[in-house]
Design a protein. Sequence first.
Length: 67
Amino acid sequence: MGYDDFQKGIANLIQRAGGNIRVRFFNDTEKGKYIAKFSDGTTVVGRPSSLKVTVSYGSGHQAMTTI
């Protein structure tokens, strides 16, 4: 997945959630990761070589999904 696709997928999730969530995007080219940090503390990490992302939330909870 490309960085633009990652950003579009995250924007779609925010829209479906009601749109009252802010997000900051990072493209860590050295580690090969795309990162989205949400205002509620949730973090989504994706990689260029995968369609799946890792979602970290709450007190150390994690899940993998496709966006």
